[in-house]
Design a protein around this ligand. Structure first.
Ligand code: ADP
Length: 261
């Protein structure tokens, strides 16, 4: 609990700082990218300076991509909340996921019957699933199984404190598990920290899981991780079921969409 509290405290200022810096860097990059593009156009095809300019352009574009991710991370996302059946969401999202994830990875859906609806932002929840799936893919360089599972879970008593959740209530539990390389305890204890990565600078920014953490917290949920080096990793996401969800008549769902925060 204490660790989660510290985590939450740390995210805010880091996010703001990252956003501020990203904004300034973006402005600085505009002339670098703009003028090197312009100069490249002026050069004849075999001009020896072309290679140098192309490297400047390439580095600039990499920096721009990184800044875009930073901005997405630091922006305090407002949730567009609607009533969501997580099974339906997973079913639909599966198609996109199948195309995004390497073919040597089997995607297995295990969806609980009669899963209650939740209130949430479907775009943000898809982002959560995508980030976790891409990490799972990275953890399975020679293929494996990615399992997405849903269950209904009553959380109360000790577990409530452990998960840092406010209400004793039924939750929808989404599990994202892989059969990958796993993590040792030292890595595992740092994964939700912004900018923590074990990947090289071309493949990792260290923002994927802190973004996931932020989105889950905005949904008043919790996330835990279990991992065994050499065997795999499993993320558990608890999302609260609010009483009113189940009784919202279908016809009013659309107009009931609201913006939280
Ligand atoms: P990035 O993927 O850019 O490194 P993340 O915040 O998404 O940033 O992840 C942080 C780190 O957590 C990763 O670099 C990796 O070491 C570890 N990690 C995340 N997901 C997994 C996983 N499914 N299996 C093993 N390690 C993982």
């Amino acid at each position: 609990l204490e660790q989660q509290y510290r985590q939450a405290q740390k995210m805010e200022p880091v996010g703001r700082l990252a956003g501020g810096i990203a904004h300034d860097l973006n402005n600085l990059l505009a002339p670098i990218l703009g003028y090197s593009e312009l100069l490249t156009q002026d050069l004849v095809e075999n001009d020896p300076r072309r290679a140098a300019l192309e490297q400047i352009l390439y580095a600039g574009q990499r920096a721009r991509d990184l800044i875009r991710q930073l901005l997405a991370f630091s922006r305090k996302q407002t949730l567009t909340v609607s009533t969501i059946n997580l099974n339906d969401l997973l079913h639909q999202f599966h198609n996109l996921l199948r195309r995004a994830i390497r073919e040597d990875i089997e995607i297995c859906l295990r969806l609980a019957d009669g899963l209650p609806a939740i209130q949430g932002d479907s775009g943000q929840l898809e982002q959560v699933i995508l980030n976790l799936a891409v990490n799972a893919q990275d953890a399975m360089p020679t293929g494996g199984v990615l399992t997405l599972a849903t269950t209904e879970q009553l959380v109360n008593g000790h577990a409530l404190t452990e998960l840092d959740l406010a209400d004793a209530a039924p939750y929808v539990l989404l599990t994202v598990a892989d059969t990958g390389i796993g993590m040792d305890p030292t890595v595992r204890s740092q994964i939700f920290e912004p900018f923590f990565t074990t990947k090289d600078q071309h493949s990792g920014t260290g923002l994927g899981l802190s973004t996931v953490y932020g989105i889950v917290k905005q949904h008043r949920g919790a996330i835990t991780v279990a991992s065994e080096p050499g065997h795999g990793t499993s993320f558990s996401i608890y999302l609260p079921i609010s009483e009113s969800n189940t009784v919202v008549p279908a016809a009013t769902v659309e107009s009931a969409d609201a913006v939280l925060m």
